[in-house]
Design a protein around this ligand. Sequence first.
Ligand SMILES: Cc1ncc(COP(=O)(O)O)c(C=O)c1O
Length: 322
Amino acid sequence: MTHPPVPLGTFPTPLEPAPRLAAELGLGPEDLWVKRDDLTGLGGGGNKIRKLEWTVGAALAEGADTLVTTGAAQSNHARLTAAAGARLGLDVVLVLRGAAGASRSGNLALDGLFGARLAWAGDVDRAGLDAAAAGVCDRLRATGARPALIPFGGSGTLGARGYVRCGEELRARVPDLRTAVVALGSGGTMAGLVAALGTGSVLGVDVGALADPAAAVVAFAAPLTSEAVTAERLRVRRDQVGAGYAALTEPVTEALRLAARTEGIVLDPTYTGRALAGLRAAVRDGSVRPGEKTVFVHTGGLPGLFGHADAVAAAEEGAGVY
Ligand SMILES: Cc1ncc(COP(=O)(O)O)c(C=O)c1O
């Protein structure tokens, strides 16, 4: 049974023209729009709010008093789960990859501000992280708490419903939309957009969080649409991962500067920076063309910039000397 979503964000998010960025990319001045899903309101904003409205809605309906979720140390999803818990008066335990003593800036600083408790899982793979979260839930239950486990990245068919709504917002504002470009991490964001807009209208730029991100998108999107969603039909780029999820690449450094200096928009080094680098590559290889309406879905992640030492250094180096 699907429970109703709990309102957490501010919707619809703005849709802004980006003519100076369009020109730099080689697109026409009216071709490129930015869907400001970094401005979803709660907890610093970002795409995870739309998913949390559904996953936390289900947790509340089941009588949970504690939210448990998993992620990387700089997980935006974990930060926004902490914010959602604070907003709703729920306890939050974040099960994070790595060890205590890692940098406490960026998302980790906000996790603390929102009052979340952290459980460090060590240098584990995805199965190890899930096992650590299951152990945390068992221990919480043993003390009388009622935990609800929110999936990794908030992704699943339930969380993806939040992005069906985003797709509907886009369709209403840009009826001739050709391509919505979005970062592809755990898959739920792209899945919801695919369900609303169709496989041919969404370009996902893989960030290297999953071994097979297309499979995740197929699994989450299929129950939400009558289209036969297959990995072959999805538009996915895997050329922006570089040395891996946490690594800063030169195209991403350039993309961060480009968005900042043409439109005053801040991207993050892990997700949205890769998405813009992927859009740039797509224009270069002709898979996104001038004259077509393109929407760049800005999914947030600003705190992650401050949690990434290399990205902060690259940003600082960009300052001129007067
Ligand atoms: C800022 C940001 N953008 C995009 C994504 C990717 O979304 P998804 O995990 O639904 O693929 C994430 C996920 O962690 C994110 O934090």
